[in-house]
Design a binder for this molecule. Structure first.
Ligand SMILES: *Cc1c(COP(=O)(O)O)cnc(C)c1O
Length: 339
């Protein structure tokens, strides 16, 4: 696999650490020797203004933007979007302007949700921000903003929500390569990778990367928004497109794409007690900070499935996709529930 031909620009701190989670492993041990051995891939440590999974995607997307001589990044996300924060930082890093459209997707009117956490950092990073109501056609808003930028003589580069197209997903093809190399070096056989799956680029890139290299490691995506059928279809389509870029579309099969969307709860970005319990659990077993929207929900799923015996005897890798900066946007929801 020859990723250099896509000309990524380099700014992420890679490789990210790959570590065992002794505390969580002990916490999940079940009578009779059941329960998984849990490792963590620290993609919360990619280094770009707090880091997270969008940074790997942005290395490839920025490579493409610079090759197209763009001077303005245009993207969108929910108000507490980690993708938007990392995109604003990448724009700053490369001397580009950044136009952001934020969707009030959760309907929250809490001051911390609307002003703190990632939004505060977007402003600090110098992005121009426009907020639209939940349910707005965000692709249309992206096109409108790009036309405005072009109309005033700028050269826009549109990055879809979550950076999830086949160029962005190449960042997670690279993560798959990196993870398999680290496992080989550690002499560790991985039975399953568990990750949050949202706009699909992370899950699709991993599946495509593992399939194209023939690694034969299953990936379990824990959904944070869509229903299972929709999520798996989105991931499959993007994984095929990504593998096609690498010249091996046929190596990705439909069975390789598995999402469990039973842990979404009341909806995207909405926190329930099981999410709070998941945040507390890993904070206290291993000192790891997760986020309320993605990794907290994925950990809610991992804990529940583990209690059902789903991972008994397996070595699993939890992909930490970042997002702890969003905790501060949820202060009023978490306060008083952390004891
Ligand atoms: C965006 C994001 C995800 C989901 O990744 P996708 O590629 O959009 O599926 C997971 N975790 C965090 C912290 C994120 O910001």
């Amino acid at each position: 696999m020859h990723l250099a031909r896509f000309n990524p620009v380099r700014f992420a701190h890679l490789p990210t650490p790959f570590e065992p989670l002794p505390g969580l492993t002990e916490h999940l041990a079940r009578p009779g020797g059941g329960g998984p051995a849990v490792w963590i891939k620290r993609d919360d440590c990619t280094g770009l203004a707090g880091g997270g999974n969008k940074t790997r995607k942005l290395e490839y997307l920025l490579g493409d933007a610079l090759a197209n001589d763009a001077d303005t990044l245009v993207t969108q996300g929910a108000i507490q979007s980690n993708h938007v924060r990392q995109t604003a930082a990448a724009a700053a890093r490369f001397g580009m302007a950044c136009e952001i459209i934020l969707e009030a997707r959760t309907g929250s009117d809490a001051v911390d949700y609307n002003r703190s956490g990632n939004v505060l950092l977007d402003e600090l990073l110098g992005a121009r921000i426009r907020t639209v109501p939940g349910g707005t056609d965000m692709n249309q808003e992206l096109a409108k903003t790009a036309a405005e930028v072009a109309g005033r003589g700028g050269r826009p580069y549109v990055i879809p929500g979550g950076g999830s197209n086949c160029i962005g997903a190449l960042g997670y093809v690279e993560c798959a390569l990196e993870l398999v190399a680290q496992a080989n070096e550690a002499g560790l056989e991985i039975d399953r990778i568990v990750t949050a799956t949202g706009s699909a680029g992370t899950h699709a890139g991993l599946v495509a990367g593992l399939a194209v290299m023939g690694a034969d490691i299953p990936v379990l995506g824990i959904g944070v928004r869509a229903l299972k059928d929709v999520q798996e279809a989105n991931v499959y389509k993007l994984a095929r497109e990504t593998a096609a870029l690498l010249g091996h579309e046929d190596r990705v099969t439909r069975e390789m794409v598995v999402a469990d969307c039973d842990f979404v709860g009341a909806g995207y970005g909405l926190v329930d007690q099981a999410v709070i319990d998941a945040l507390k659990t890993i904070a206290r077993t291993d000192g790891i900070l997760l986020d309320p929207v993605y990794t907290g929900k994925a950990m809610k799923g991992l804990l529940a499935l583990s209690a059902q015996g789903e991972f008994d005897g397996e070595t699993i890798v939890f992909l930490h996709t970042g997002g702890a900066q969003g905790l501060f946007g949820y202060q009023s929801e978490l306060e008083g529930k952390l004891q």
